[in-house]
Design a protein around this ligand. Structure first.
Ligand code: PNS
Length: 166
Protein backbone atom coordinates (compact mmCIF):
# COMPACT_ATOMS: atom_id res chain seq x y z
CA UNK A 1 0.00 0.00 0.00
CA UNK A 2 1.47 3.36 -0.96
CA UNK A 3 1.90 6.06 1.67
CA UNK A 4 0.01 9.17 0.58
CA UNK A 5 0.78 11.31 3.63
CA UNK A 6 2.30 14.61 2.62
CA UNK A 7 5.42 15.18 4.65
CA UNK A 8 7.21 18.51 5.01
CA UNK A 9 10.60 19.20 6.53
CA UNK A 10 11.00 22.31 8.66
CA UNK A 11 14.79 22.70 8.91
CA UNK A 12 16.77 25.13 10.99
CA UNK A 13 19.27 25.79 13.72
CA UNK A 14 16.56 26.27 16.38
CA UNK A 15 19.13 27.68 18.82
CA UNK A 16 16.67 27.84 20.53
CA UNK A 17 13.08 27.27 19.33
CA UNK A 18 10.97 30.45 19.56
CA UNK A 19 7.21 31.03 19.50
CA UNK A 20 7.76 32.33 15.96
CA UNK A 21 8.97 28.84 14.99
CA UNK A 22 5.98 27.27 16.75
CA UNK A 23 3.69 29.58 14.77
CA UNK A 24 5.26 28.34 11.51
CA UNK A 25 4.91 24.69 12.58
CA UNK A 26 1.21 25.23 13.34
CA UNK A 27 0.64 26.88 9.95
CA UNK A 28 2.51 24.06 8.17
CA UNK A 29 0.27 21.50 9.86
CA UNK A 30 -2.73 23.09 8.17
CA UNK A 31 -1.23 22.15 4.80
CA UNK A 32 0.78 18.98 5.42
CA UNK A 33 -0.05 15.70 7.14
CA UNK A 34 3.24 15.55 8.96
CA UNK A 35 5.97 18.05 9.76
CA UNK A 36 9.49 16.94 10.60
CA UNK A 37 11.31 19.63 12.54
CA UNK A 38 14.91 18.96 11.48
CA UNK A 39 17.65 20.45 13.64
CA UNK A 40 20.90 21.05 11.80
CA UNK A 41 23.77 19.22 13.49
CA UNK A 42 26.85 21.23 12.66
CA UNK A 43 29.60 20.96 15.29
CA UNK A 44 31.65 23.67 13.56
CA UNK A 45 28.86 26.23 13.97
CA UNK A 46 28.95 27.96 17.35
CA UNK A 47 25.67 27.48 19.17
CA UNK A 48 24.40 28.17 22.66
CA UNK A 49 22.63 24.84 23.02
CA UNK A 50 23.90 21.39 21.99
CA UNK A 51 22.00 19.58 19.25
CA UNK A 52 20.50 17.23 21.84
CA UNK A 53 19.39 20.13 24.06
CA UNK A 54 17.69 21.76 21.08
CA UNK A 55 15.90 18.54 20.14
CA UNK A 56 14.77 18.00 23.74
CA UNK A 57 13.45 21.56 24.02
CA UNK A 58 11.45 21.18 20.81
CA UNK A 59 10.01 17.84 21.92
CA UNK A 60 9.00 19.28 25.27
CA UNK A 61 7.54 22.41 23.69
CA UNK A 62 5.51 20.52 21.08
CA UNK A 63 4.18 18.37 23.90
CA UNK A 64 3.82 15.16 21.90
CA UNK A 65 1.75 16.84 19.16
CA UNK A 66 1.21 13.78 16.94
CA UNK A 67 1.95 14.96 13.39
CA UNK A 68 5.20 16.64 14.49
CA UNK A 69 8.45 14.69 14.59
CA UNK A 70 11.75 16.09 15.76
CA UNK A 71 14.97 14.89 14.21
CA UNK A 72 18.51 16.00 13.42
CA UNK A 73 20.28 16.13 10.10
CA UNK A 74 23.66 16.98 8.69
CA UNK A 75 24.91 17.35 5.15
CA UNK A 76 22.59 18.46 2.38
CA UNK A 77 19.04 19.35 3.35
CA UNK A 78 17.58 18.07 0.07
CA UNK A 79 19.26 14.68 0.57
CA UNK A 80 17.68 14.47 3.99
CA UNK A 81 14.31 15.47 2.50
CA UNK A 82 14.66 12.73 -0.12
CA UNK A 83 15.46 10.15 2.55
CA UNK A 84 12.33 11.15 4.47
CA UNK A 85 10.11 11.12 1.35
CA UNK A 86 9.23 14.75 1.99
CA UNK A 87 7.50 16.78 -0.70
CA UNK A 88 8.41 20.19 0.73
CA UNK A 89 10.81 22.23 2.77
CA UNK A 90 9.17 24.87 4.95
CA UNK A 91 10.79 28.18 5.77
CA UNK A 92 9.30 30.99 7.81
CA UNK A 93 9.38 34.50 6.37
CA UNK A 94 9.35 37.49 8.67
CA UNK A 95 10.37 40.52 6.68
CA UNK A 96 11.77 41.42 3.29
CA UNK A 97 15.24 41.13 4.81
CA UNK A 98 14.76 37.35 5.00
CA UNK A 99 13.97 37.15 1.31
CA UNK A 100 17.34 37.32 -0.41
CA UNK A 101 19.01 34.58 1.54
CA UNK A 102 15.92 32.35 1.43
CA UNK A 103 15.53 32.88 -2.32
CA UNK A 104 19.14 31.88 -2.93
CA UNK A 105 18.85 28.81 -0.72
CA UNK A 106 15.56 27.72 -2.32
CA UNK A 107 16.99 27.98 -5.82
CA UNK A 108 20.09 26.02 -4.85
CA UNK A 109 17.93 23.37 -3.21
CA UNK A 110 15.78 23.15 -6.35
CA UNK A 111 18.88 22.77 -8.48
CA UNK A 112 20.04 19.93 -6.25
CA UNK A 113 16.68 18.20 -6.08
CA UNK A 114 13.82 19.35 -8.27
CA UNK A 115 11.33 17.07 -6.53
CA UNK A 116 11.33 19.03 -3.27
CA UNK A 117 9.40 22.30 -3.23
CA UNK A 118 10.27 25.21 -0.97
CA UNK A 119 7.22 26.59 0.80
CA UNK A 120 7.43 29.94 2.57
CA UNK A 121 5.03 30.70 5.35
CA UNK A 122 4.52 34.19 6.73
CA UNK A 123 4.87 34.24 10.49
CA UNK A 124 2.14 35.92 12.51
CA UNK A 125 2.66 39.68 12.79
CA UNK A 126 3.49 39.48 16.48
CA UNK A 127 6.59 37.38 15.70
CA UNK A 128 7.90 39.57 12.92
CA UNK A 129 10.75 41.00 15.03
CA UNK A 130 11.72 37.85 16.92
CA UNK A 131 14.65 35.61 16.16
CA UNK A 132 16.65 33.11 18.19
CA UNK A 133 19.67 35.42 18.17
CA UNK A 134 17.90 38.54 19.40
CA UNK A 135 16.11 36.53 22.10
CA UNK A 136 19.45 35.07 23.26
CA UNK A 137 20.95 38.54 23.40
CA UNK A 138 18.06 39.92 25.46
CA UNK A 139 18.12 36.87 27.76
CA UNK A 140 21.86 37.18 28.31
CA UNK A 141 21.36 40.60 29.86
CA UNK A 142 18.33 39.59 31.90
CA UNK A 143 15.64 40.90 29.51
CA UNK A 144 12.18 39.40 29.87
CA UNK A 145 11.66 37.00 26.96
CA UNK A 146 8.89 34.93 28.53
CA UNK A 147 6.27 35.74 25.89
CA UNK A 148 8.63 34.97 22.99
CA UNK A 149 9.66 31.38 23.75
CA UNK A 150 7.86 28.24 24.94
CA UNK A 151 8.15 27.63 28.70
CA UNK A 152 10.67 24.72 28.42
CA UNK A 153 12.94 27.03 26.41
CA UNK A 154 12.60 29.86 28.96
CA UNK A 155 13.66 27.46 31.73
CA UNK A 156 16.73 26.34 29.75
CA UNK A 157 17.65 29.95 29.02
CA UNK A 158 17.44 30.66 32.75
CA UNK A 159 19.97 27.88 33.36
CA UNK A 160 22.36 29.34 30.79
CA UNK A 161 21.89 32.94 31.89
CA UNK A 162 21.40 33.15 35.68
CA UNK A 163 20.76 36.90 35.35
CA UNK A 164 17.41 35.96 33.82
CA UNK A 165 16.35 34.78 37.28
CA UNK A 166 16.36 38.33 38.64
O1 PNS B 1 17.74 28.35 11.14
P1 PNS B 1 18.72 28.60 10.04
O2 PNS B 1 20.13 28.71 10.60
O3 PNS B 1 18.34 29.77 9.18
O4 PNS B 1 18.68 27.29 9.08
C1 PNS B 1 19.52 27.17 7.96
C2 PNS B 1 19.46 25.75 7.35
C3 PNS B 1 19.76 24.71 8.42
C4 PNS B 1 18.08 25.49 6.81
C5 PNS B 1 20.50 25.69 6.21
O5 PNS B 1 21.74 26.14 6.65
C6 PNS B 1 20.67 24.29 5.61
O6 PNS B 1 19.79 23.77 4.98
N1 PNS B 1 21.86 23.67 5.86
C7 PNS B 1 22.19 22.35 5.36
C8 PNS B 1 23.14 22.41 4.15
C9 PNS B 1 22.34 22.74 2.90
O7 PNS B 1 21.67 21.88 2.37
N2 PNS B 1 22.39 24.03 2.50
C10 PNS B 1 21.57 24.58 1.41
C11 PNS B 1 22.04 24.32 0.01
S1 PNS B 1 23.76 24.50 -0.26
Amino acid sequence: MSDTRRIAIYPGSFDPLTLGHVDVIERALEIFDEVIVAVLHNPSKKSLFSTQERVDMINESMNGLKPVQVDTFDGLLVEYARMKNAVAVIRGMRAISDFENEFQMALMNRKLNKDVQSVFLMTGLRWIFTSSSIIKEAAQFGGNISDMVPEPVRLKLMEKFPKLND
